[in-house]
Design a protein around this ligand. Structure first.
Ligand SMILES: Cc1ncc(COP(=O)(O)O)c(C=O)c1O
Length: 419
């Protein structure tokens, strides 16, 4: 009989096979210092473009003060137990009410983590006769939620409304047989490439098909829409999103998440979300910290304004210099270049060591072979000088990529990897 661990010893997986070359530098890097536009990497200052601290709250003095005071007052234990049993408080309720009002929904419910909360919400919303139709490029937490579903599911081509419609036709026929309903899931902003989900057009399909819409707006919350209520507000369809999700891990620079919907839906989820019913309640320092952050989102519109000044300067600058930034419609700023994984490694090393620029690098299998994606996350803490310095550095690395410098530098790595 085969040893269960055989695959672990033999095959480290498409990303794991690069561990010897990548770990500690390209993956699992240790960024040090206060979270801000400039941090330290391996002892050197770098302009940091890889942290989702969109509004610059992570290290805002008022936020740090409230976090510290809450930690002192409550410690990290309080409250103990699941919400349903012993972990419920006035402040949890207050935060839910304020979040619901912020995203223009009747009610909200807190989740300890976005990832498991999404998984659990999908699980709670469908039963085996129901059908899920979701974007093929959905975040891993959506895919995992769908995996729990015992009934049928269909993917539609990424952000392709015609493909969604085709799948809705199939799903409708199937639902007529099973007696179930249909759940459509999209992201508000797709976090890798930055496009907004085509929520307006998806909502339009509600006139023809009977379905409920669940939107994961992790990257839209706080960054899009006139009041920061996200991609639904930006596209004028917030009311037509049946279940809205956002995490505290990005604009709110914290941990935790929430879902918002009509009161009856939230009342149902509250009693059916297994990840919340059978797990400790969100700890109080996070609740108090989230109340403070939400207040800042509401009362300090300059945070979002500053963010967009940087986003616009960076995206316009990149486009003017001829970089391919794809189809982003959000703060997420991808830069696509052509090259192999070893070339990408040499390029990123050059960026970090010689230009002091730290951004995330995404390669195959997350994106197609031969493409390098440098994913940049502008924040309200960045300055126009950071942008100018970064644009000049990008010009320089593109020149070296095209003249074969990185290919030559990476020849030995490629040979070792059999590429
Ligand atoms: C689109 C999307 N959904 C869900 C999550 C998970 O949220 P959390 O980090 O709170 O678990 C993330 C990542 O943070 C995300 O990017």
């Amino acid at each position: 009989m085969k040893d269960l661990f055989e695959k672990i010893y033999k095959d480290k997986g498409p990303l794991g096979k690069w561990a010897a070359q990548a770990e500690g530098y390209f993956v699992f890097p240790k960024l040090e210092g206060e979270i801000s536009n400039r941090m330290k990497f391996q002892g050197k200052e770098v302009i940091t473009w890889s942290i989702n601290d969109y509004l610059g709250l992570a290290n805002h003095p008022e936020v740090r003060k409230v976090d510290a005071e809450a930690a002192l007052k409550y410690g990290s234990a309080y409250p103990m137990g699941a919400r349903m049993m012993s972990g419920h408080t006035e402040l949890h309720e207050q935060l839910q009410n304020e979040l619901a009002a912020f995203v223009k929904k009747d009610a909200a419910y807190l989740l300890n983590f976005g990832y498991q909360g999404m998984v659990s919400t999908i699980d709670a919303l469908v039963s085996k006769d129901d059908i899920i139709v979701y974007d093929v490029d959905a975040h891993a937490c959506i895919i995992d939620g769908v995996r729990l579903h015992m009934g049928k599911r269909f993917t539609y081509k990424h952000n392709d409304v015609a493909s969604l419609e085709k799948n809705l036709e199939r799903a409708t026929k199937m639902a007529e047989q099973t007696g179930g309903g249909i759940l459509v899931i999209s992201e508000g902003v797709f976090g890798m490439r930055g496009e907004q989900g085509r929520l307006k057009e998806i909502v339009e399909l509600k006139k023809k098909y009977n379905f409920r819409l669940f939107v994961d707006d992790a990257h839209g919350f706080g960054t899009l829409g006139a009041t920061g209520a996200g991609a639904g507000e930006e596209q004028g369809v917030q009311d037509d999103i049946d279940v809205y999700f956002a995490t505290f891990a990005k604009s709110m620079a914290s941990t935790g998440a929430f879902i918002a919907a009509d009161q009856e839906v939230i009342d149902y989820l509250k009693y059916n979300l297994r990840s919340q019913m059978f797990a400790k309640s969100l700890q109080m320092q996070l609740v108090v910290g989230a109340l403070k952050r939400l207040d800042m989102l509401r009362t300090m519109p300059e945070l979002k304004k500053n963010l967009w000044t940087i986003v616009n300067a960076l995206q316009t600058g990149l486009k003017e210099r001829g970089f391919d930034i794809g189809t982003t419609q959000s703060c997420v700023t991808p830069v696509y270049l052509n090259g192999s994984i070893p070339e990408a490694m040499a390029l990123v090393r050059d960026l970090r060591e010689n230009y002091g620029i730290f951004c995330s690098i995404v390669v195959y299998p997350v994106i197609p072979k031969g493409l390098i994606l440098l994913r940049m996350i502008p924040t309200a803490t960045h300055t126009l000088e950071d942008v100018a310095e970064t644009l000049d550095a990008f010009d320089a690395i593109r020149e070296r990529l095209t003249n074969g410098t990185y290919k030559r530098m990476s020849a030995s790595v490629m040979k070792a990897m059999g590429e």
